[in-house]
Design a protein around this ligand. Sequence first.
Ligand code: CP
Ligand code: NVA
Length: 308
Amino acid sequence: MLKPKKLAKKNFLSSLDITTEEVLHILELASDFKNKKINIDLGNKVLGLIFDKSSTRTRVSFQVAMSKLGGTTIDLNPTTSQIGRGELIKDTARVLSRYCDIIAIRTFDHSDLEEYAKWSTKPVINALTDLEHPCQALADFLTIKEEFLDFRDVILTFVGDGNNVANSLILCGALLGVEVRIACPRGYEPNSVVIKKAYEIYKNKNLLKITNDLNQAVLGANVLYTDVWSSMGEENKKAEKDKDFNGFTLNNDLVSKAEKDAIVLHCLPAYRSKEITDEVFESKKNRIFKQAENRLHAQQALLSCLLS
Ligand code: CP
Ligand code: NVA
């Protein structure tokens, strides 16, 4: 039976907090959890969940993952805790790490997450910031591995905004040596530091492409991935972004330019007729719900490594 290995770093704030070996180990462990080849009881460990933004998948999959590992979660809703009243992150972090064994945080500024991690004596997990969504990327690559068995020759094309989800796909893709193409409107390119770091990791620098040419980007792709045009916290930019992303809808025409066996992924929640058509969403190529399920297995694997 595969055993969870302790990760070199205490926290999982970024896809870059783990090595290639560690991501492969987490994915292997996740498959074992999924196929019920492994059963781990961490013994009453407590995960604190601080969510400054809404969540269905991340929140529930963490709660279920902890309960399957024999632990519990505490929902630290900022509006009912003192976090919402503005208690300093450094004070909250020092208190919570005396109660909880591990903390998952969803917030806006990545620097706030880093501030929590700086003051917490317990591991901190990024449950999404404006910069990254590394737990999502673990589930995404688990889904890709299940479909294509290994990552060799897989081309992943992400169509949409170059923010959190795209940034983590790039970094995790770099660790795994997967060809990642990001197709976005001008001005919505991924974070430049993320791109630079990814190029430092890729042995073959041609495997990362950032482009505004959507049609070119989907040619020969095995995985077509999209995300909302307006992320949480961008509600006031909706009209402007709808205009800027016009033409970047994942539709049948684009899907037909990809490989025949191409699959369609979406981190969810989705807005049909914006980033994806209903037809593509409901098509046979959809692996979106498998991908959503994999959040649970990937996070069970991650938690068991961070807590071992
Ligand atoms: N994909 C994802 O993180 O979904 P939630 O916002 O529902 O957690
Ligand atoms: N980019 C989206 C992802 C949601 C899971 C957002 O930040 O709202």
